[in-house]
Design a protein around this ligand. Structure first.
Ligand code: KDG
Ligand code: MG
Length: 402
């Protein structure tokens, strides 16, 4: 089998997605996701202008060799644009492999290791009362694990909480919006939120929280200690992820489990986080970390150090990545949990898929390959719109982490 064509489809059914379609001389095609929120066209160009011409004529079964060709062969390594582009190719090749062999991708990754993939939902509210209502709704929907974020008194808008009636979607069309941030107000508020959630919903539900990179190590240590009575499943991204040893300080002070890595791209970015056991869950995901070929190595490395996976699964990861994450999560031994943030109805129509949610778990389905397709005609009715994530400043105007 040979690759005869490869092209990019950029569409925006509610938000932007970059999808790669690789076609073979046997009529089988594969899909890959290359979406990088707010920088989509950089990946599209990297693929179209620099990568896709090199794929024509290659054997799509050579996933390892093609991965190394794109990673080592470029000379310039790592980084979100490069790794999202490599991921798109890798995903599409595994999709082709599965279709050619007539089997779901999870069977190529080791086969089923569990019955279903535990997922966590997002609950949020403008204040604690609204957040509690939303937790209740998600429990009724069958979720067993719920991330909880709420508005903070004195802070006009914050990560994870919608400012309108629409479902939360951080990227906005037009130029980046700006918000203001107070760490002091946040640190006072979050323990109160989780005290109320535990009091109302009891011990059974797994609770998660995303700090979204906004604390220093000692602030994160304090929050972790304050949250200990409420037994969180994890505290996510307490710090910006570049300084791996920053996590050591948090670890010295708290037993609240730590998850990080959604902005990391290679095994080298997380090497100390994992080998020093500074984290409990690694959040790298297929699209931003080089696809199955690389993420499998990261997961196997993490397994040596008792670190489990908790792959990023926000709406900027397309249904192609979501499908891939479910195959991956079903197959590997050290799976922890998978994020699930449902896509818009339009997105689900553009990307028909065989995965589904039931009673707290998701299932990839048994279709050969990834089990996800793209309706190109419908996709063409949702053209690309430039969109950005917000920018965040401290109350005095200092530029800060969003
Ligand atoms: O594009 C950025 C989002 O994917 C990110 O802000 C979502 O932190 C996030 C999460 O945990 O889902
Ligand atoms: Mg996050």
């Amino acid at each position: 089998m040979k690759i005869v064509n490869a092209r990019i489809i950029v569409c925006s059914p509610g938000r932007n997605f970059v999808t790669l379609k690789i076609e073979t001389d046997e009529g089988i095609y594969g899909l890959g996701d290359g979406t990088l929120n707010g920088r989509e066209l950089a990946v599209a160009s990297y693929l179209t202008d620099h990568v896709l011409p090199c794929l024509i004529g290659r054997d799509p079964f050579q996933t390892e060799d093609i991965w190394q060709y794109l990673y080592r062969g470029a000379y310039w390594r790592r980084g979100p644009v490069t790794m999202a582009a490599i991921a798109a190719v890798d995903m599409a090749l595994w999709d082709i492999k599965g279709k050619a062999l007539g089997t779901p991708v999870y069977n190529l990754l080791g086969g089923r290791s569990r019955d279903g993939v535990l997922v966590y939902a997002h609950a949020h509210g403008a204040d604690i009362e609204e957040a509690l209502d939303d937790v209740g709704k998600h429990l009724e929907m069958g979720y067993l694990a719920i991330r909880v974020q709420s508005g903070i008194p004195g802070v006009a808008s914050t990560y994870g909480v919608p400012t309108s009636n629409r479902p939360y979607e951080p990227a906005e069309r037009g130029l980046p919006s700006e918000s203001r941030w107070s760490t002091e107000d946040y640190l006072r508020h979050v323990p109160k939120l989780f005290e109320r959630v535990r009091n109302q919903f009891g011990e059974q539900v797994a609770l998660l929280h995303d700090c979204h990179h906004r604390l220093t190590p000692i602030e994160a240590a304090r929050l972790g200690k304050d949250l200990e009575p409420f037994r969180l499943f994890w505290m996510e991204d307490p710090l910006p992820a570049e300084l791996q040893e920053g996590f050591a300080l948090i670890r010295q002070h708290t037993t609240t489990p730590i998850a990080t890595g959604e902005v990391l791209n290679s095994i080298w970015d997380a090497q100390e986080l994992i080998s020093c056991q500074w984290i409990d869950y690694i959040r790298m995901t297929l699209v931003h970390s080089g696809g199955f070929t690389h993420l499998k190595k990261i997961a196997d490395y993490a397994a040596l150090y008792h670190v489990r996976t908790g792959c990023h699964g926000a709406t900027d990861l397309s249904p192609v990545t979501m499908a891939g994450a479910l195959h991956f999560g079903l197959a590997i031994n050290n799976f922890g949990i998978q994020e699930h943030m449902p896509h818009t109805a339009e997105t689900d129509l553009v990307f028909p898929h065989s995965y589904h949610f039931e009673a707290g778990y998701m299932y990839p389905g048994d279709a050969p390959g990834l089990g996800v397709d793209i309706d190109e005609k419908l996709a063409s009715t949702f053209p690309y719109h430039r969109a950005y994530l917000p920018v965040n400043r401290k109350m005095d105007g200092t530029l800060f982490n969003w």
